[in-house]
Design a protein around this ligand. Structure first.
Ligand code: C2O
Ligand code: CU
Length: 509
């Protein structure tokens, strides 16, 4: 397996707000890779953001690439991961950002802290598994063989634990997590403060991170920490719903084998949509940034997973290939990065700006039965969303019955306010009246509910080229993605930076 510094999960990066960090990525693997700093805004600097063929080409084996990461307003837990092929399965780690002054997210001074990284384990070669998902696929190819907690399936840690940094680095499943007989108080999510939520389980999607406080107020002993998939795809019996466990052990003098461990009886079932919703609606923001009260442009994006067409450019119209879309377009990349093509003003053959504002068809998104024929022939395309610097952008994400499960949708370069969420079809006349414009959470990944919608709003204040995609790896592979291009502003400080002179070469050059 490909690892970073021989560790799985990879090394944790600890920084302070305002820090700027140079990471030299030395690729000693057998194939090209890229690294992304998930949730770090990277002001004006998409050049080292990482997604393959979006902002850079892969770093070839036996070469290196220096990436500059600047931390501005983020606080708490984020993470880094490979952003090429399926490499992120084993190449990822946590980032902890302390405030420049005061304590982390207002937690008590000197709270001991501990990091929990949830990951996927595959018995096979992840590169091969990713290729199978991209050319011909079925459930078997994307099933992981286990989920892990800090790289292990069963794992001991000694107390005291107090604050926990939780990262969901799993490839294809949302996760529930609980700790026997203990509540967690979630105080941060996606590198921003949330109003404290006291709970006996959490639901966390791939891409999301959380900061939580645990009070060790039980009798000394052993307590199960458990994580299981939350997977609510229609007609599924669940895939890889095995439970990963660890033990929380209080400091003390008692012998382990004889001592009983308390079971994880508050962990919801793998398909408990209600439990997921119940947790999700409690998330409220606690941030200083002001919420934009109106929008300049609204995009309306439907998410689908369909079959019967060929996403990969090398296959020739074979049947039963899965594809995924935004607005019925399956996103494809090219051997030169979109960022480079944009910067050099040579993009006519690479992409266009015709990403539709509305889905190009009428469709009852929540219908259960017949799928209109034309949706089975979603075209490939590289259409981007291009907005002016500082535009307030609203995106209404609409889940459909085609691939009806919860999709974690992630945007690079910006965090966004999640101002609304609901079941069924979004109603543009009524639903906005119930938006939360007071204390919406500021996230970088929103879990779009199954057959429901979510509305996000943000100011496009970060000039550059930013990937937006489902963070379920198989859906991103199949094309559930687009790119947001934020144009330069007028002043020098609102223009994208120029590239470092040592960008990894693209094969088209
Ligand atoms: Cu966590 Cu596009 O990434
Ligand atoms: Cu998805």
């Amino acid at each position: 397996m490909l690892t970073v510094n021989n560790q799985f999960p990879g090394p944790e990066i600890r920084v302070k707000q305002g820090d700027s960090v140079n990471v030299t990525v030395v690729n000693k693997g057998n194939y090209g890779v890229t690294i992304h700093w998930h949730g770090v805004r990277q002001p004006r600097n998409p050049w080292t953001d990482g997604p393959m063929n979006i902002t850079q080409c892969p770093i070839p084996p036996n070469t290196s690439f220096i990436q500059n990461i600047t931390f501005t307003t983020e606080e708490g837990t984020l993470w880094w991961h490979a952003h090429s092929d399926w490499s992120r399965a084993t190449v990822h780690g946590a980032i902890i950002i302390e405030p420049a002054e005061g304590t982390l997210l207002g937690l008590p001074q000197n709270t001991p802290s501990h990091t929990i990284v949830l990951s996927s384990w595959y018995n096979g070669d992840v590169m091969e598994i990713g290729k199978i998902a991209d050319t011909y696929t079925g459930q078997g190819s994307i099933d992981s063989d286990a989920s892990t907690i800090n790289g292990l399936i069963g794992h001991y840690k000694t107390c005291p634990w107090s604050s926990s940094h939780i990262v969901n680095a799993v490839m294809n499943q949302n996760m529930f997590l609980s700790i026997a007989r203990h509540n967690l108080t979630v105080v941060g999510m996606d590198g921003a403060a949330v109003k404290p939520i006291n709970t006996n389980y959490i639901m966390i999607s791939p891409g999301n991170t959380m900061d939580a406080l645990l009070t060790a107020n039980q009798d000394p002993g052993l307590y199960y920490v458990a994580a299981t998939s939350f997977f609510n795809l229609d007609n599924s019996t669940g895939f890889d719903n095995s439970t990963a466990t660890a033990l929380l052990k209080y400091d003390g003098d008692y012998s382990e084998p004889a001592y009983p461990a308390f079971p994880h009886d508050t962990l919801p079932q793998y398909n408990d949509t209600q439990a997921a919703t119940k947790f999700r609606i409690r998330i409220r923001g606690n941030v200083k940034q002001s919420v934009p009260q109106d929008f300049k442009v609204r995009y309306y994006i439907t998410n689908t997973v369909t079959t019967n067409r060929c996403h990969n450019s090398s296959c020739t119209g074979v049947d039963n290939i899965l594809t995924a879309t935004f607005n019925n377009i399956s996103f494809i990349t090219h051997p030169i990065s979109i960022l480079q093509a944009y910067y050099e003003n040579k993009w006519t053959d690479i992409f266009d700006t015709n990403f539709p504002t509305y889905p190009p068809f009428y469709f009852n998104f929540t219908m259960e039965d017949t799928v209109p024929e034309f949706l089975n022939a979603a075209p490939n395309g590289t259409h981007v969303i291009m907005v002016e610097h500082n535009d307030v952008v609203e995106i209404v994400l609409q889940g459909t019955s085609l691939g009806a499960e919860d999709h974690p949708i992630h945007l690079h370069g910006h965090s966004f306010f999640v101002i609304g969420r609901g079941h069924g079809n979004f109603d543009p006349d009524n639903d906005p009246m119930f938006y939360n414009l007071d204390d919406p959470p500021l996230l970088n990944t929103v879990t779009l509910p199954k057959r429901g919608w979510a509305a996000i709003r943000f100011q496009a204040d970060n000039p550059g080229v930013w990937y937006m995609h489902c963070h379920l790896e198989r859906h991103a592979t199949w094309g559930m993605a687009t790119v947001l291009v934020v144009k330069d502003g007028d002043s020098d400080e609102s223009k994208m930076l120029s590239p470092p002179h040592y960008m990894p070469p693209c094969s088209a050059e």
